[in-house]
Design a protein around this ligand. Structure first.
Ligand code: SAM
Length: 350
């Protein structure tokens, strides 16, 4: 599997016009948000994490004029076969997922109103800050976190779970298979939710090779299917799921003000979401607003994201300065780029 980590600056003048964006702060947003993107995308000056003061970053981010992608809830089509129409699936660790190269060839127009597939392909980039945040691919820390669930015996039974920055949604799917009471999936990009996350949930929880509960038999890993798959039954699993796209602060407002309000989450899973320090404030506040008082966040990340500047120590420092959560690095992975699993809980929690 290809894990490119390239970054690009959006050069599309109309980028806010083709997505659902909210403009915050100033009329000069376009120029300034481009400057922000350039700063973010520039090569890292050094490899050591810079421990800039969290408050200073907050202020700097709010002074910049941010284009914030509005949040929306995605409905689940009644005809589940439509969700898998034209999709080619592959299997990894017994989980089905949409084959990205086929999405890259077939997704355009209505199926990619954000234009992120073509932008990502044409710029050879896995991240275009503020436009495409990487959810089309499966990032390696997802697998680290899945390993950690097995090693540490993390339980999902009857838990309410949020897969934050879900991309392919494999973490949320594992929680569903572990009998979570509810699993909500969030990604920045609506194309990712419609073309990747939702099909993956349908393929794993309603189709062949599905595992919807711990008590059920599991099929052996299947070779990648070359044919589009048909979803079969079990929409009840989907009744435990909701899907959201948009920027974190917008999504948390949507969730908190929803006409179908939901209780806070017992578990928030998030993998490879702390690469960009400009987003730390929104991420921190979202965790603070949505986590149950005694809940846990499991965060998987590279130690440092070369080229964007974020990383585990910078985020740890940010959290420390906010004084809301306690953190503990529960696992370090040393193969290749160093990576970590961090557990986060409220300071006054049990
Ligand atoms: C690098 S991808 C990781 C995807 C997936 N978790 C994985 O490990 O394969 C980062 C994810 O974080 C989400 N994300 C990043 N910044 C965000 C922001 N400011 N608001 C909302 N979502 C954001 C994107 O939706 C994207 O899917």
């Amino acid at each position: 599997m290809d894990f490119r980590f390239d970054f690009a600056v959006d050069e599309n003048e109309n980028s806010e016009a083709d997505g659902d964006f909210l403009l915050l702060y100033s009329p000069n947003h376009k120029q300034e948000s481009r400057e922000k993107s350039r700063e973010t995308a520039g090569p890292a000056a050094d490899c050591s994490p810079k421990l800039a003061a969290a408050e200073h970053r907050d202020e700097a981010a709010s002074k910049k004029n941010l284009c914030v992608k509005a949040a929306k809830e995605h409905s689940i089509p009644e005809d589940l076969n439509k969700v898998l129409e034209n999709k080619v699936m592959e299997t990894v660790l017994d989980l089905s997922h949409v084959k990205l190269s086929v999405v890259e060839m077939t997704c355009s127009g209505d199926t990619d109103s954000e234009g992120i597939v073509s932008k990502s392909v044409s710029s050879h980039s896995d991240l275009i800050p503020g436009v495409y945040e990487g959810g089309l691919k499966i990032w390696e820390c997802t697998f680290d976190l899945m390993d950690y669930f097995s090693e540490a015996g993390v339980e999902f039974t009857n838990k309410t779970v949020l897969d934050l920055g879900c991309g392919a949604g494999l973490l949320g799917i594992v929680a569903l298979q572990g009998d979570a009471a509810r699993v909500h999936f969030q990604d920045y990009n609506s194309t990712v939710i419609d073309e990747i996350t939702l099909p993956n949930v349908v393929a794993n929880c309603t189709g062949e090779g599905r595992r919807v509960g711990r008590g059920e038999d599991t099929k052996a890993s299947q070779p990648p299917s070359k044919r589009p798959r048909k979803a079969q039954g079990s929409p009840d699993v989907l009744s435990r799921c909701r899907f959201f796209s948009g920027e974190w602060s917008q999504v948390s407002q949507l969730l908190l003000n929803s006409s179908q309000p939901c209780s806070k989450y017992d578990v928030i899973l998030t993998s490879e979401t702390i690469y960009n320090p400009d987003y730390y404030s929104a991420l921190h506040d979202t965790l603070a607003q949505l986590l149950e008082r005694n809940g846990r966040v499991y965060l998987a990340s590279k130690v440092h994201y070369f080229g964007v500047g974020g990383g585990i120590y910078l985020f740890e420092k940010f959290i420390e300065e906010k004084n809301v959560f306690r953190t503990s690095v529960v696992k370090t992975i040393d193969q290749g780029l160093q990576r970590c699993i961090m557990e986060i809980a409220f300071k006054n929690s049990s």
